[in-house]
Ligand binder design. Structure first.
Ligand SMILES: [Ca+2]
Length: 211
């Protein structure tokens, strides 16, 4: 038997082995794809809940507020921020319908209290009330009308006054909650992934973001 013949038999054994390895690799890839798709589909159906402790770990949600500070309360200390004439709360990857809850109070030791209006994306008024000197919880429904929302902000517009330190303040916000549907973006991505695969889904998302 020649060395050349032995070499040919070795190559013939190596080819089926390489094929089997490729098949295993393909099965693993398909398995991970299925798991990822299942997770994405589940996440796209899960309602969104944001509970924001204003004044503590709220940097991603607040815009145009005063500095965070800690105040003494009857039951301990709490964190809060004053709003200004216009301040906003940002809610990433939240859709509609949704409900927002604000725990806030107005000016201390004042015979008058600020009039407050809430605006969806600064364009559609969704609530109006007069703040109180004590803590109150205000709930407002957001239906979005004809808008398809995937990220939105709630603008708080308020009368302001100087509390003696030269700062014009509106209302004091302690907590904010949002419960609602998942964003349309998440549903679109899940649907595209299920129909056409990850490549198309990711391409669709990057294209959407350009407009
Ligand atoms: Ca707080």
């Amino acid at each position: 038997m020649t060395g050349r013949a032995q070499g040919n038999r070795g190559e013939m054994r190596a080819l089926p082995l390489a094929g089997a390895a490729l098949v295993r690799l393909g099965l693993v890839a398909v398995g991970w794809f299925a798991v990822g798709l299942l997770i994405l589909l589940l996440l796209s159906q899960v309602p969104v809940h944001h509970q924001i402790d204003i004044g503590a770990r709220d940097a991603a949600y607040v815009q145009g507020f005063g500095e965070a500070f800690r105040r003494q309360e009857a039951g301990g200390t709490s964190t809060a921020r004053w709003t200004h004439e216009r301040s906003a709360l940002l809610f990433p990857l939240a859709g509609v319908p949704a409900e927002i809850t604000l725990r806030l109070r107005g000016w201390p030791d004042s015979p008058t209290q600020p009039q407050v209006t809430l605006w969806l994306n600064g364009a559609q008024q969704i609530g109006a009330f007069t703040a109180a000197e004590v803590w109150q919880e205000h709930r407002v429904a957001i239906d979005g009308g004809l808008l398809k929302l995937s990220d939105f902000f709630i603008e708080i517009r308020s009368e302001t006054r100087d509390l003696g330190d030269g700062q014009q303040v509106g209302v004091l916000l302690d907590r904010c909650g949002l419960s609602g549907e998942p964003a349309d973006d998440a549903r679109t991505l899940a649907a595209a992934a299920g129909r056409d695969g990850w490549g198309t889904a990711l391409f669709a998302r990057s294209s959407d973001s350009e407009f």
